[in-house]
Design a protein around this ligand. Structure first.
Ligand code: GDP
Ligand code: MG
Length: 140
């Protein structure tokens, strides 16, 4: 499994995805700290929400092979700036989260992820398991 770092807004669904991907063994904590869960690195939403913390994200990414940027498809806004991923010299996957939700707009979420620089995009749901196999395929 390739080491994969998750970046996304607070409550975008990062911890839920890691929980499903890692086989339910991870109990997420709500702490402003980088967490290491097997091959997964979870980063605090605050690191994306305040560009003062971009350096912390770049430092945390040193050890990872894949950068997973998570966009909540129930949100109509995104905090990813254009070409966000160009700061990281890493393979990138864009993850559209919560596609099971009635308010999900996966097309808009994909647009945000593409603007951020993601070329490979996977629609996911931690509730139904949609997209989980596809993520595992990319990072295995
Ligand atoms: N409907 C739906 N809700 C989700 C999904 N993933 C996460 N959530 C909910 O979104 C909220 C934030 O999820 P969490 O994984 O803690 O986000 P994080 O802050 O990015 O780690 C929680 O209330 C979750 O239950 C999903 O795939 N579908
Ligand atoms: Mg979390």
């Amino acid at each position: 499994m390739k080491k994969t770092m998750f970046v996304g807004e607070t409550r975008s669904g990062k911890s839920s995805l890691i929980k499903v991907l890692s086989g339910e063994s991870y109990t997420p904590r709500r702490a402003m700290a980088v967490e290491f869960i097997g091959p997964f690195i979870n980063t605090p939403g605050e690191f994306l929400e305040n560009s003062w913390f971009y350096n912390a994200l770049i430092t945390s990414s040193a050890d990872c092979e894949v950068l997973a940027i998570v966009q909540d498809s129930t949100r109509r806004t995104s905090l990813f700036p254009p070409l966000f991923v160009s700061m990281f010299n890493r393979k990138v996957i864009g993850l559209v989260s919560k596609v099971d939700d009635p308010n999900s707009d996966p097309v808009l979420a994909e647009r945000f992820l593409k603007q951020a620089g993601a070329k490979e995009i996977i629609r996911t749901s931690s509730l139904t398991g949609e997209g989980i196999e596809d993520i595992l395929e990319v990072i295995s």
